[in-house]
Ligand binder design. Structure first.
Ligand SMILES: Nc1ncnc2c1ncn2[C@@H]1O[C@H](COP(=O)(O)OP(=O)(O)OP(=O)(O)O)[C@@H](O)[C@H]1O
Length: 254
């Protein structure tokens, strides 16, 4: 059996904030990779660096040292304009609150990245996504007229429309009720299984993480382990071994 291709990777990734005595290394030399066509969850105690890692992988934040690779592209080496283009063309985003533009209809939100890039969306693919996500009769509505679960479905459709190399999801079920959260996770899982989509998701929820193929654990800004084929039970015990207390920031050596 051949090993899966790597969609994205962090190599010796350091992200430090601030200077001098108050400086914090949010990420302190993290090396990990996201296999293509797989679902990866990132977990760890509060302050362990999960969001910072996700932001670096998605080109929203720049490494202080080390590398972030998307395919063969070193995101840290790109200028601002090139990173913006990478985010628009090669990465799909699903945030906790959907992050839709309130004055645009659901359909316009779905088409936004393509419109900004001056591209026509692939109509067949768009229809398939909209049908699959069950939002065909909601496309003319504004986000404020949709339920939280429907807004997240629109966000998923928007994220997938450009067939991105990775979909980056930051606590995508955090603002949803249990049933809507379960549905959304099932949809993300389906994107991986049926379309070969690569997904990376930060979550605090062991049940959500158990939908993934692997859980990457962070502690104090460092990679603290990997759990393959997770179940809620194995995730819980791995978190227990990590300790769930708050983070003690790693001081930056002077
Ligand atoms: N912009 C920033 N400026 C200064 N410190 C920051 C900044 N962003 C993050 N940090 C610090 O970096 C560390 C990691 O933060 P991060 O948000 O990545 O953790 P997290 O694991 O996502 O936490 P949570 O689970 O609470 O969301 C924390 O100590 C945080 O205070």
């Amino acid at each position: 059996m051949t090993a899966p291709r790597v969609a994205a990777a962090a190599i010796g990734l350091v992200r430090a904030y601030g200077e001098g005595r108050g400086a914090v290394r949010a990420l302190d030399g993290v090396t990990l990779w996201l296999p293509a066509g797989r679902f990866t969850a990132v977990m760890g105690p509060s302050g362990s660096g999960k969001s910072t890692l996700l932001h670096c992988l998605a080109g929203l934040d720049r490494p202080t040292a080390g590398q972030v690779l998307l395919g063969d592209t070193d995101l840290g080496a790109l200028g601002e304009a090139a990173r913006t283009a990478v985010r628009r063309d090669r990465i799909g985003f699903v945030f906790q609150d959907g992050n839709l533009l309130g004055h645009l209809s659901a359909g316009e939100n779905i088409d936004l990245a393509a419109s900004l890039a001056g591209r026509r969306p692939d109509r067949g693919w768009r229809t398939e996504l909209v049908d699959r996500l069950g939002i065909g009769d909601r496309l003319r509505h504004l986000p404020g007229e949709l339920s939280g679960g429907q807004r997240q479905r629109v966000a998923v459709a928007r994220a997938l429309l450009g067939r991105p190399e990775i979909v980056v999801a930051d606590e995508p079920t955090g603002a949803l009720d249990t049933e809507s959260g379960r549905e959304l996770l099932g949809l993300l899982r389906g994107c991986v299984d049926d379309y070969g989509q690569t997904v990376v998701m930060v979550t605090h929820d062991p049940l959500a993480a158990s939908v993934s193929d692997q859980v990457l654990l962070l502690r104090d800004g460092t990679a603290a382990g990997r759990l393959a084929d997770p179940t809620p039970g194995t995730v819980l015990s791995a978190l227990g071994e990590l300790g769930t207390g708050g983070r003690r920031p790693a001081p930056v050596p002077s």
